[in-house]
Design a protein around this ligand. Structure first.
Ligand code: NCD
Length: 349
């Protein structure tokens, strides 16, 4: 029996509270935790570039007294020889006690959990989800605002391909009186298949203009335009400079608003914002180390299993999404649950 973290909804709100509280305890009393993972090994399988996520997970496991093995690019693994995700994970789960994985295809961590003997943590699957960034975001929100209910959250930038956005919306959909203000160019709005999952639980408006709404926000969650996900680079060039937050624009924002960003930033936040007390993004990155320590401890200790899917799962229909892991992984079963591909959440007719 083991637990995995593929989607932020794999954790209950009570578990998220416990993780945030544990992360704060670790932050304030690191000496209590220096040896608690002695002899444990974390496999870090990064098929896609990463700085913060990979290094904060590595730092987290080392700070708990454990060890780390793995790779930081697909090119340096046997994937470059044509090995499947399933075979890679099957092997690495024999060499480690927990696996953190980032992959460019949506749903790849679900394939991983099917062939793993140890817990799988999704560290980002294509433009789909990024649940551990969301834990980092939630810890930052809890620190700065002391609550999750009743917040007005502006989410700006690439809401189409931004996986951190999709996981954040899912997480916040479980709290009371959340208002989302989605700020993006028309081409980069939150995809319908993501909205369909949460639209009954959240209230939201969509706009292209930050200046019109900045004064209403408790949180402004900025994101980078995700260059690597564009099939049309001319479209990227046209959209890449859509927004720039400056100190001047912050004049109209609430005094206690938080400016968040999963980082890396490109041009969407001017460095003149960094010294403003509302700039929360470096603190957010720091939280990543402590919340990931709490998560590793939880998943290594948790001997329950994942929550079962409700309803019937069928095979036979094919997911046609080229960004889905089903488009490239050999030997994979196409599984449809409640009319959606279980890997990428796309509706299948
Ligand atoms: C994000 C990601 O990888 O999705 N970065 C991160 O993990 N902190 C955001 C991004 O790359 O824009």
């Amino acid at each position: 029996m083991r637990r995995n973290l593929i989607d932020i909804l794999d954790l209950s709100v009570e578990e998220i509270d416990e993780l945030c509280a544990k992360a704060e305890d670790i932050y304030h009393n690191p000496e209590k935790y220096t040896d608690v993972c002695h002899g444990k090994i974390m496999g870090a399988l990064f098929f896609e570039p990463s700085t913060r996520t990979r290094l904060s997970f590595t730092s987290a496991m080392m700070s708990l007294g454990g060890n780390v093995l793995g790779f930081s690019s697909a090119a340096s693994s046997s994937v470059s020889k044509g090995e499947t995700v399933s075979d890679t994970v099957r092997m690495v789960s024999a060499y480690s006690d927990i696996i953190v994985m980032r992959h460019p295809k949506e749903g790849a961590p679900i394939v991983a959990k099917m062939s793993s003997r140890v817990p799988i943590i999704n560290a980002g699957d294509g433009g789909h989800y990024h649940p551990t960034q969301t834990l980092t975001d939630l810890m930052t929100i809890r620190r700065r605002h002391g609550r999750f209910d009743g917040l007005t959250i502006g989410v700006l930038g690439d809401l189409k391909y931004g996986r951190t956005v999709h996981s954040l919306v899912g997480a916040m959909s479980r709290y009371k009186n959340i208002k989302f203000v989605f700020i993006s160019p028309d081409e980069l709005k939150v995809p319908q298949h993501i909205l369909n999952l949460y639209k009954e639980k959240i209230s939201y408006i969509e706009t292209e203009n930050l200046e019109d709404v900045i004064g209403d926000l408790d949180i402004l969650y900025m994101t980078r335009i995700q260059k690597e996900r564009f099939s049309d680079l001319l479209q990227y060039e046209r959209l890449k400079d859509s927004y720039e937050l400056t100190r001047e624009k912050l004049k109209n924002a609430k005094a206690d608003m938080s400016v968040m960003h999963p980082l890396p930033r490109v041009t969407e936040i001017n460095t003149d914002v960094d010294d403003d007390p509302r700039a929360a993004y470096f603190e957010e990155a720091e939280c990543g180390r402590y919340i990931r320590m709490a998560l590793i401890l939880k998943l290594l200790a948790d001997k329950t299993s994942d929550m079962p899917l409700e309803g019937e799962t069928v095979t036979g229909k094919i997911c046609g999404n080229p960004r889905c892991i089903t488009s490239c992984e050999r030997g994979i079963k196409h599984l449809i649950h409640n009319g959606r591909c279980i890997y990428c959440d796309r509706k299948i007719d």
